[in-house]
Design a protein around this ligand. Structure first.
Ligand code: NAP
Ligand code: FE
Length: 371
């Protein structure tokens, strides 16, 4: 029986002037907004100025919180949530890469539930009030956070990530204007594209995929591979538009399925070794293909996926980790630390072949054991 369920309660506005197309949704959301950004990119990309101009036009006041760092810390979101409540924010707009967008979702929940402790956010029974309405203005083309309800937060130890996901943490609207991605460096452009590709591949292989998530995933993978396999030295407006739409499609695909094992394995490289999220996931893309080819259904799915994007599985196995360009060396103890921190992730069950902890060790050893 064909699985074809699909649910995305986010209104997507795509293209030049996306904010203008959807501005009525923003201005109807309340009289005071909390704008959530990182240090620079919301300003540099022009997205913050476009949002504030629109709010001023509608006589809506706002507070800017620009303290979101990469891999947003739970405690920063907690503090920003308190500030949002104190300032009387009635809605939250995340502007930036996945970090500010994910943070906006947590901030919207904390602001509406002032009695929560930081860790309580993960407890569905403790979040009593509905989150403030959330809006998303991405400035990277990677995470797809603008069209899903995941908020990947860094726990206070700084060593582990945990995903917060609630029925009310979907953005009400996503304003995807590819022009905001033009200020990204080539490095960040490639890394975020690799993240979106990982979403597409991991979603396509997930046992939870449906007709619509699979087609979104194949569209995303095809577009991204087409752009990045040429190893461009500059990204023109058309390439940026293709990557932005593909990343959003990838975000829709994982909203249905979740991600597979490259994601948790990558989290350890990001938090312990400072490798950007997309590159960190791409390191394990070849392993993901190889292990899934061990199962019959995985092999068939990989073959379909590769055929749909016009590249042989062997090419993907070499290209993705190669272009990630990550070279690290670790002792056995360091490898053990990486593995222990991600041992409890739920992602392992989410692919045709379910890897064991021993196999995760093997994968890390094969990549990094040189000490
Ligand atoms: P990011 O962490 O939001 O940003 C990375 C860097 O890129 C920052 O230095 C940022 O600057 C800069 N940047 C962003 N937009 C820019 C622009 N237009 N021009 C110049 N620089 C720009 O990167 P990301 O890869 O988009 O997000 C990664 C996070 O999302 C991770 O925490 C990951 O776990 C999470 N994630 C979430 C999902 C989901 O489904 N929700 C999926 C995958 C990953 P500023 O600091 O100045 O903003
Ligand atoms: Fe990701």
């Amino acid at each position: 029986m064909m699985h074809a369920d699909f649910y995305i309660p986010t209104h997507l506005f795509f293209g030049e002037n996306a904010l203008n197309k959807g501005k009525d949704m923003l201005t109807a959301a309340g009289r005071h907004a909390m704008l959530v950004t990182g240090k620079q990119s919301a300003r540099k990309s022009g997205a913050l100025a476009d949002v504030t101009a629109l709010l001023k036009d509608a006589a809506i006041t706002y507070t800017v919180f620009d303290g979101i760092t990469e891999n947003p810390p739970l405690l920063t979101c907690f503090e920003a949530g308190r500030l949002a409540a104190k300032e009387g924010a009635q809605f939250v707009i995340g502007i930036g890469g996945g970090s500010p967008l994910d943070a906006a979702k947590a901030i919207a929940a904390f602001a509406a539930n002032p009695s929560l402790s930081p860790e309580d956010i993960f407890d569905d029974k403790k979040r009593i009030n509905p989150a403030l309405p959330i809006f998303a203005v991405p400035t990277t083309a990677g995470t797809g956070s603008e069209v899903n309800n995941y908020s990947v937060l860094t726990l206070p130890s700084g060593l582990q990530k945990k995903t917060f996901k609630a029925p009310d943490s979907w953005p009400r609207a996503a304003f995807v204007d590819p022009r905001y991605t033009a200020t990204m460096s080539n490095d960040t452009t490639l890394s975020t594209a690799l993240d979106a590709f990982a979403h597409a591949m991991e979603s396509y292989l997930s046992p939870r995929s449906t007709l619509f998530s699979e087609n979104a995933a194949l569209f995303a993978a095809r577009e991204i591979f087409d752009v990045i396999s040429a190893l461009p030295t500059t990204y023109d407006a058309e390439m940026r538009a293709r990557l932005a739409l593909a990343a959003t499609a990838g975000g829709m695909a994982i909203s249905v399925t979740g991600t597979g094992f490259p994601h948790p394995l990558g989290y350890s490289l990001t938090l312990l070794d400072g490798i950007p999220h997309g590159r960190a996931c791409a390191v394990f893309a070849g392993d993901y293909i190889t292990y899934n080819e061990k199962s019959e259904s995985g092999r068939a799915r990989i073959a379909n996926f590769a055929a749909a994007i016009g590249a042989k599985p062997a090419v993907l196995k070499a290209f993705l980790p190669g272009v990630a360009g990550v070279s690290l060396s670790m002792t056995d103890d360091e490898i053990a630390q990486h593995v222990e921190l991600i041992a409890g992730a739920k992602n392992y069950a989410n692919s045709p072949y379910v890897i064991s902890k021993e196999e995760i060790f093997e994968i890390y050893r094969a990549h990094f054991k040189t000490k």
